[in-house]
Design a protein around this ligand. Structure first.
Ligand code: GLO
Ligand code: MG
Length: 347
């Protein structure tokens, strides 16, 4: 019997952000990791996402043995709080070695660094009890296209993914596509690109995706269509829900904050494809507004989860029969209004 669909929620430590941006410093106090961890259960979250250096701070200054020791200590703390590690992601965009990208850097030493660090992230994932390695390919692109060969970069990405798949027979690579920022153009901008490159690796069935709503919107796509598309391949292994007001910098607004209808359609797509039935989590990659004061700075997480829950109810109570009749009559004019009035709660 298929499992009942139910949602479990997840967030990363970076989502408790202090409000620093390129134009100004932090506006909220920073809190300890333990404090962040302790908030999760009270907010109704069951899991945490980890960059490798969230799990083991100052990771590059530590020996492999020390890194694993600290990962084991973290696992104990997570168990103590009843929190699961959802994924580990190598944070390859901070280090001096990855200024020009990691896997696609023109410098072989830097490519080696990126691959070694990714393999170490897999070891950390093993200790933390997750088989998902998230790859947000932040700097795998260029500021100007003449700086790298696009064709060679595809080969280099495949080489890097193959090295990770070879390192561990169980690990699944979940690529998180984003079209731009920090780079002018990224090499894997959409879910279609991620699925296509998976086919070139040594084990395509272990290369899948994470969708982030804002990233799809930045690519000019509808995140609900991206969800339907990747789920028809059985490859949506994680999800970063948030919102984005058009083609700007990556805003990471609370889920549903900019476009409730687009958010509703994402939830409908998750419902219709049974997201969560294989243990996948709903993660919110959201940040508080910079104007948010310290006493309200968990609200973006609570609000995103509440909006999600309400939209699940809206998806379940959507007047399917009435909609089907309008679709059969090709009466999309009234279908449009049906959706609007359903969301407004007046019908
Ligand atoms: C930034 C990304 C980022 C990733 C995270 C996990 O645009 O969304 O938040 O999701 O670093 O790798
Ligand atoms: Mg994200």
């Amino acid at each position: 019997m298929p499992k009942k669909q139910q949602y479990r929620f997840c967030v990363g430590p970076w989502n408790f952000s202090t409000g620093q941006d390129p134009y100004g410093p932090a506006v909220r106090r920073d809190e300890s990791f333990d404090w962040k961890l302790a908030q999760l259960k009270t907010l109704g979250f069951d899991a945490m996402m980890f960059h490798d250096d969230d799990a083991v701070p100052d990771i590059d200054s530590k020996s492999p043995a020390q890194v694993l020791r600290e990962a084991k200590e973290l696992k104990k703390r997570l168990d103590g709080e009843g929190i699961v590690a959802e994924m580990v992601a190598p944070r390859l965009w901070f280090a001096p070695q990855t200024v020009d990208g990691g896997y696609t850097s023109n410098d072989p030493k830097h490519r080696r660094y990126a691959i070694d660090r990714s393999r170490q992230s897999i070891d950390i994932a093993n200790v933390l009890g997750t088989d998902v390695l998230v790859l947000w390919l932040a700097r795998e692109g260029t500021y100007m296209r003449e700086a790298k060969s696009g064709a060679r970069s595809v080969e280099l990405l495949v080489e890097a993914f193959d090295a990770m798949l070879k390192h561990d027979k169980k690990i699944r690579l979940a690529i998180e596509p984003k079209p731009n920022e920090p780079m002018d153009h990224a090499y894997l901008p959409t879910i279609g690109h991620a699925l296509a490159i998976a086919q070139k690796t040594r084990d395509p069935k272990r290369v899948g995706c994470v969708i982030e709503s804002a990233h799809a919107i930045l690519a000019g796509l509808d995140p609900a269509d991206e969800i339907d598309f990747v789920m028809s391949f059985g490859k949506l292994w994680s999800l970063h829900l948030n919102d984005q007001n058009g083609l700007k910098f990556d805003q990471d607004k609370p889920f549903g904050s900019a476009n409730l209808r687009v958010a509703f359609n994402q939830v409908r797509a998750l419902e219709r494809n049974g997201y969560g039935k294989n243990g996948e989590f709903v993660c919110f990659d959201v940040h508080p507004f910079r104007t948010t004061t310290e006493d309200r700075w968990l609200q973006h997480l609570d609000n995103s989860r509440r909006t999600f829950d309400h939209l699940v109810e809206k998806a379940k109570s959507y007047p399917e029969k009435e909609a089907a009749k309008l679709i059969a009559d090709r009466n999309y004019q009234d279908l449009d209004q049906l959706v609007i009035e359903h969301l407004l709660g007046v019908r």
